[in-house]
Design a binder for this molecule. Structure first.
Ligand code: BGC
Length: 241
């Protein structure tokens, strides 16, 4: 049977270093279910994370396709890095494995890219950073994604990367005050490098940002990571079920 577009339901999944989240979106990207979350199983190997997604999916009711945000480099559905999960993800075909498991079409993209797709206006240079277990980044030019940008592992200051200086482990170590001061320095440095029209700051720890932000910097809610899931299917006209 071919569904008419209006009734297509997309299960959007956000795999994080500490939690796996899911909700169902309608065709315009509006939530149809409550966001559900489970702790990321440890060690976070592909099989157990896929099991966790299957458990979340079973509780979300009907859906026709699945979007996944993954915390690492993703190329053609294959995960190439996973610094905050497990080495077993390197070279793992998540798209095929999850599609086989859920028996639905699946598309996988980097988590910060998915968050960005849910946040951007689609004009000019828009940069997205996410503050969570890791440090995510996504760059868009007139709404088009520049893929595979991994700023988190790029040097920032004192011989350390953005992720080493601003990731959750460091936040817990140095406290919110110093972390916020560092973030201020990071924003200034990113503005000089990208001259973005807008910088969006998301991720689970964005709620701890308490500095005065420049006018072209916006905080976005963590749920944006799931809302961006609809954009992965923009080129799709019909879905068979
Ligand atoms: C990964 C990125 C990811 C970010 C946030 C980093 O460690 O390399 O791909 O977007 O964490 O999860």
């Amino acid at each position: 049977m071919t569904e008419d577009n209006g009734s297509i339901r997309t299960l959007s999944v956000d795999i994080g270093g500490s939690g796996v989240k899911a909700m169902v979106l309608d065709i315009t990207g509006n939530p149809l279910t409550e966001r559900a979350r489970v702790d990321t199983p440890q060690p976070a190997k592909p099989e157990v994370v896929i099991n966790a997604i299957a458990v979340l999916a079973a509780a979300q009711g009907e859906f026709h396709r699945v979007s996944v945000g993954f915390p690492g480099v993703v190329r053609c559905g294959v995960t190439e890095t996973a610094v905050n999960l497990d080495r077993d993800w390197i070279g793992f075909d998540l798209q095929t494995a999850l599609s086989n498991r859920l028996n639905k079409p699946v598309r996988v993209i980097n988590d910060a890219d998915m968050q960005g797709l849910g946040a951007i206006a689609g004009k000019g240079v828009e940069l997205v950073i996410t503050l969570g277990t890791g440090f995510g980044s996504a760059l868009f030019v007139d709404g088009k994604l520049v893929p595979n940008m991994e700023m988190g592992h790029h040097p920032f200051r004192k011989g350390e990367t953005y992720e080493e200086q601003l990731g959750r482990a460091e936040l817990e170590k140095i406290g919110e005050k110093r972390w916020n001061r560092r973030l201020e320095k990071a924003i200034a440095s990113l503005q000089r490098l990208f001259n973005y029209d807008c910088l969006y700051i998301g991720g689970g720890e964005a709620v701890k940002v308490n500095i005065q932000l420049p006018l072209n910097v916006k905080l976005i809610p963590n749920i944006t990571g799931l809302l961006g899931g609809i954009a992965l299917w923009r080129d799709e006209k019909k879905v068979k079920s």
